[in-house]
Design a protein around this ligand. Structure first.
Ligand SMILES: [Zn+2]
Length: 472
């Protein structure tokens, strides 16, 4: 057994409270971990006697803000090989341009891209990520990002994505990018059998994730739901209501809106979460709340791709579980978790629904409200919200018995000056910042701002070469 004492933590935010609250916040705090589990935490005055003497390691964090590692609930790692492309066109054009390039990816390229995406996430405060790999060209398998996550020490919910409805069947992707449905389901079963771990503090779980209404059939949606539900804790994930043209596609193809379509596929429930969910009307928000269906807010991608503003405020108030996602590196174009929290807060503040467009006097434009989202609530979505969406109560908070996933950000750095009165809000409102320490499952993956298990220069060189190879 290895024990680590984190002592004299300048500001400790535990997120151990009720929904949407930052929970207990402590000045001069401590955390004691044994292997991968938090044993005790609280004010320094309550630190168990002798802990400092008996711990294998003592880390003084008197210059640090400490909080739980964040949870990213939507991503497509492979897309960092196609960044800053199709900068100014709408989503369907963006997809149709990139599909043929993605079709050239191979397993080696997937490893390289996954490594880079996870490194960016970890450096920006994320300790658990899901990844939605929905294109499996050439020799690609989901085994590869799982192996890379194990190498880097990241907690990983690998989503076995899929596309099966190519152009010839009325779908959006070219036929060269889709798989046979029988193969998809067989591979999903293999992955669950090999990797899905339902124990507490598990590092790997499998999710089933057909890509979207316009790239898979209704049959695959139904079969994936039925298959997932024959196992314990295999969740379902997909895109929904991401762009208005998707709503039009659903009306034309299935004769119903996207949420009704999801319901027709048995895709509503506490074991389901959807990315985006931008165009939900009031009754659909109610449906999400009543069925326990989760939603991932991806503010950077929503702004970058000009998609719209998800009604996260209304959804949270209605009781929907909302988490955050950086979304794919080509639709964001970054994988920075702290940046996502910042934009989540800010984008809700300008959401126009509450104070719409034109005043009686004829003034144009629209205004929002700063009361729409606090820094703490945005951080709650990135920690507890994300954990809940992934079906986990062992991560997303700092409390005895929880997984030892924690991050520490230095207070004496540019951008933090003048934030002594509220260092936790500063993490969101003055950032984005990099972490100085990150412990995942009790293992240090970042120490003094540097990776402990990754040669980042070599990874960058490999990434540049891989991109040249894919485009050659
Ligand atoms: Zn996506």
């Amino acid at each position: 057994m290895t024990s680590i004492l984190f002592k004299h933590i300048s500001h400790l935010a535990t997120f151990d409270g009720p929904d949407r609250d930052a929970g207990t916040e402590i000045s001069d705090g401590f955390i004691l971990i044994h292997d991968n589990i938090i044993i005790a935490c609280g004010p320094m005055a309550d630190c168990p006697e002798g802990a400092e003497r008996t711990a294998d390691r003592v880390l003084d964090l008197s210059d640090h803000i400490v909080m739980p590692g964040m949870v990213n609930t939507h991503h497509h790692f492979y897309q960092n090989l196609t960044r800053v492309m199709v900068q100014d066109d709408e989503l369907f054009v963006w997809l149709k341009t990139l599909y043929p390039i993605w079709a050239r990816l191979d397993d080696r390229a997937m490893a390289t891209a996954s490594r880079m995406a996870m490194a960016e996430l970890i450096m920006s405060g994320c300790t658990t990520s899901s990844d939605h790999q929905y294109i499996m060209p050439n020799d690609c398998t989901l085994d590869t990002p799982i192996r890379v996550a194990q190498e880097l020490g990241m907690r990983f919910h690998a989503a076995r994505g899929a596309m099966s409805r190519g152009e010839s069947k009325g779908g959006l992707p070219p036929d060269s990018c889709v798989e046979e449905e029988e193969d998809i389901l067989k591979d999903a079963e293999r992955l669950i059998g090999t990797y899905h771990d339902m124990s507490d503090h598990a590092m790997t779980r499998i999710v089933l994730a057909p890509c979207s209404a316009f790239s898979v059939t209704q049959g695959l949606m139904k079969d994936a739901a039925a298959l997932a539900r024959t196992y314990e804790g295999v969740r379902l994930h997909s895109h929904i209501a991401e762009v208005l043209s998707e709503e039009e596609y659903c009306l034309e193809t299935y004769g119903m809106r996207s949420v009704a379509y999801a319901e027709s596929c048995d895709w509503l429930g506490p074991d389901v979460w959807f990315a985006h969910s931008i165009f939900l009307n009031n009754s659909e928000i109610k449906t999400f709340a009543e069925t326990g269906t989760g939603a991932t807010f991806c503010p950077s991608a929503h702004m970058r791709c000009g998609l719209g503003i998800m009604r996260a405020r209304e959804m949270l108030d209605a009781g929907v579980t909302v988490g955050l996602g950086v979304d794919g590196s080509a639709s964001n174009d970054t994988s920075n978790m702290f940046s996502e929290v910042r934009f989540a807060q800010f984008l809700q503040r300008v959401a126009p629904d509450r104070y719409l467009s034109e005043t009686p006097g004829g003034r144009g434009g629209f205004g929002g409200t700063p009361a729409a989202m606090s820094a703490r609530e945005a951080l709650w979505m990135a920690t507890r919200g994300g954990a809940k969406i992934l079906g986990r109560d062992d991560i997303g908070q700092i409390a005895p018995g929880k997984s030892a996933d924690l991050i520490a950000v230095k207070r004496t750095q540019l951008g933090m000056a003048g934030t002594q009165r509220d260092p936790l809000a500063a993490l969101v409102m003055c950032g984005p910042f990099h972490v100085d320490y990150s412990f995942i499952n009790g293992v240090p993956v970042i120490e003094q701002g540097a990776f402990t298990r990754l040669d980042i220069d070599a990874a960058l060189r490999d990434h540049a070469q891989t991109m040249d190879r894919i485009y050659a």
